[in-house]
Design a protein around this ligand. Structure first.
Ligand code: SF4
Length: 343
């Protein structure tokens, strides 16, 4: 069991639900606020922003006033931006203490973080591994990533700071899986898991699902980001779908749809898409089946609460495996959506 760490109004680790993170990519304060609000409305639980200058660090206070989810400042190298972000009310820092210069600088950040109870995430990425570790391990390896992360951890622990979260991401699924598996045996700090530079929406989602799914099923990971070269909203949707598929969290309607086959005589793909779209944001924990034939449909969708099974130009609406009524093809989707609304 990992240690519990509070990030603003969210607790991660120690058996808490795996929290969903994303990162804003908007540039102006107004746009960042709008983006984070949208992420929040769609289920993001922790949002990160890139704090690249003093202006952004100062804008933290304004952003915080407009959003309800905890805000994380992503800082590279400049300890002064960390101090400014903490002063502006940031909920968590993502900064590597080994990269911010003298121990006096680290001490200043640690003191400020301690005073405001702001945790620090150490975020090691394969692409920015320290050259000496690269050389020692003969490249970016799981052991090198672990050693790098624990080196940063020791710097903080030596300053009596233990409000720590760790991530060790790479763009390789097997390497990231191995690294987190090893790290989970070496530390009790909560782990933020993710594949970095995972890629575009589809490829990136598959890579993330493969790695994060395997880790989460092994009990590793306290918070996650599905990093995508896409609108951050897609990251949140993918993360929710992943956690729901793993049966670790429920966010609403779970759609079971048959893959279609030679027996399918309606445009089932389109019907499933319409139903999925209409169920987004519906916070009812029900299983809804969209099946292509009345012969196998209800039986194959045994776990469904409600569903439709289609035939030629018609179909049946069923509840808990039992047929309720027969309907024409065009009535099926509206009838199903009506049932979902009334559930
Ligand atoms: S439910 Fe029917 S239509 Fe769908 S894949 Fe199975 S047999 Fe084919």
């Amino acid at each position: 069991m990992t240690k519990k760490v509070d990030i603003g109004n969210i607790t991660i680790g120690g058996g808490s639900p795996v929290a969903i993170q994303s990162m804003a990519n908007a540039r102006t304060t107004i746009d960042i606020i709008a983006q984070i609000k949208e992420l929040e409305e769609n289920g993001c639980e922790i949002a990160r922003i890139a704090v690249k200058d003093a202006e952004t660090a100062e804008s933290v206070a304004e952003i915080k006033k407009s959003v309800n989810i905890p805000l994380v400042a992503d800082i590279h190298f400049d300890y002064r931006l960390a101090l400014q972000s903490v002063a502006s009310g940031i909920d968590k820092l993502r900064i590597n203490p080994g990269n911010i210069g003298s121990i006096e600088n680290v001490q200043k950040v640690v003191s400020a973080a301690k005073e405001r109870r702001v945790p620090i995430r150490i975020g090691v990425n394969g692409g920015s591994l320290e050259p000496e570790l690269f050389k020692k391990h003969g490249g970016v390896t799981a052991d090198a990533l672990c050693e790098s992360a624990l080196g940063h951890v020791h710097i903080l622990e030596d300053l009596d700071f233990s409000d720590i979260v760790i991530s060790i991401k790479s763009s390789s699924v097997p390497l990231t899986y191995e690294a987190y598996t090893k790290l989970s045996k070496l530390t009790e700090y909560p782990l933020h898991i993710g594949i970095t530079e995972a890629g575009t929406k589809q490829a990136g989602t598959i890579k993330s699902a493969a790695c994060l799914g395997a880790l989460l099923l092994a009990g590793i990971g306290d918070t996650l980001r599905v990093s995508l070269t896409a609108n951050p909203l897609e990251e949140v949707i993918a993360a929710r779908q992943l956690l729901q598929a793993l049966e670790m969290r429920r966010f609403g309607v779970n759609i079971i749809a048959c893959p279609t086959c030679g027996r399918t005589e309606v445009d089932l793909i389109k019907m499933a898409e319409i139903i999925e779209k209409n169920c987004q944001g519906v916070k009812k924990n029900i299983n809804v089946a969209v099946m292509g034939c009345a012969v196998n449909g209800p039986g194959e969708a045994k776990d469904a609460d409600i569903g439709i099974a289609c035939g030629k130009g018609c179909g049946v609406l069923f509840k808990q495996g039992l047929i309720v009524k027969k309907l024409d093809e065009q009535e099926l989707v509206p009838a199903l959506l009506d049932e979902i609304n009334r559930w």
